[in-house]
Design a binder for this molecule. Sequence first.
Ligand code: HEM
Length: 495
Amino acid sequence: MVEPASLGSSCEGQWRQQIISRMDFSGTIGVLLAICFVCLLYLSSRKKKNWSNLPPGPIPLPILGNMLQVEVKELIKSLRKLSETYGPIYTFYLGSRPCVVLSGYQVLKEALIEKAEEFSGRGDFPAVQMWSNGNGIVYGTGERWRQLRRFAISTLKNFGMGKRSMEERVKEEAQFLVSEFRKTEGKPFDPTFFLSCAGSNIICTLVFGERFEYTDEKFLTLLNLINSNWKLMSSTWGQLLFTFPKIMRHVPGPHRQIYKNYLQLAAFVGERLKMNKETLDPNNPRDFIDCFLIKVQQEKNNPNTHFNDETMSKTTVNLFFAGTETVSSTLRYGLLILLRHPEIEEKLHEEIDRVVGPHRSPCMEDRSRMPYMDAVLHEIQRYADIVPMGVPHTVTRDIKFRGYTLPKDINIIPLLCTAQADPTQFKNPGCFDPSHFLDENGRFKKNDAFMAFSAVSLPCREASLPGREPGHHGALHLPHHHPPALHPPVTGGAC
Ligand code: HEM
């Protein structure tokens, strides 16, 4: 072998050049080999996990998956766009995790309604899972989830139909809300804060047995925690946590606040559990927590029970969290939409004046005689589309679906927004048009493509929860409160 020191300076230059290019070459080979190795690992894991007959989708990169093919900030929009190329069912790699994306009413119906049991597993949602450890409803799984969910639905239903019915609670809260609005004396104001308080108070009366004043410091802290978590989950940091949970858990950043906020919410619920335990009268349950305490007592000799302090705390936080921002956002959208559509507001007033009149508050019985109000409420929920992606699901066993093999535990992303905007089900999907829920005789008409409530979210729907009630806030304040100062320029048409 020739030693470099024995060479002349020009040869030395050549030699260096050769070495450098050899190094470049071997470096390139190394990188290529590493990529091949990762690809092989990836392909063998596909085989092992039975990912070989998944629906086709965009070609993923190792580790990054399809994340370079979408805008992280606009994930839903990007997923919808991809469905234009790959159809109603395709595979999308969130990092190294394959997810089957379902888009459009037909495929969502086949999965979430016709094969509800098979698609009922909970998919990865690290922001919530980090904290809940599978112990609540929203991120529980298997038998525990089934039992907690069944218990929550029946308990909330009982409270809705109990002595002090849900209707009374909603009416009472609506009065508080209206009186806050009245204090503004017709001047422009931002109703967001009051709507959050009112929406949350409905669920508070069910879960904690009481409503809170809109000035209560503790209540306001809780609302801030919930609001902050919704924002963080929808932020780029939240999306990164969703995509790369294993890595992002260890990366510092604002997304870690999500976990801390949950702990604070749980601490508040913990205080309430303690208070309820000390004052519990098993013959006279006051709220959801009392009912849960009684259930824990009843099951204390069952070694396999799913009812304990841990599941009680997580389930209560779930209900409080899921029931707060959803309702207030819907109310806020409702107001905004009506401000943009004075002609629709006018028709609502006409119906309210005719059916309810000026001397009393509306009640549930009025609903069947107010088809226009019913249709507007449904259309607000469809158009506002506040939970566009639902929550990630999984399949509970290996299944054949539309000719593909979906292995147990594969993540499913149901794009609920695509059902609610499906042109085969709604004649003007991009427009706010109450006639989507009216028949030719002006009677209220259901539409199964209204996914948020028709297919999946049983606790929201069947427990007669406030998700169904924004109209009653609306109907209560509409006859008395016209805020002309807030009307934006009339846009014309219904879009
Ligand atoms: C306008 C109001 C609401 C909307 C649009 C809404 C929408 C949704 C959606 C889309 C899901 C996902 C369902 C799935 O994919 O399985 C869900 C789940 C859930 N929601 Fe709501 N929701 C609303 C109000 C409420 C309220 C008031 C509560 C309070 C009790 C609530 C409690 C829950 C719970 C516990 C789950 C988990 C259900 C399960 O695991 O099966 N929601 N909601």
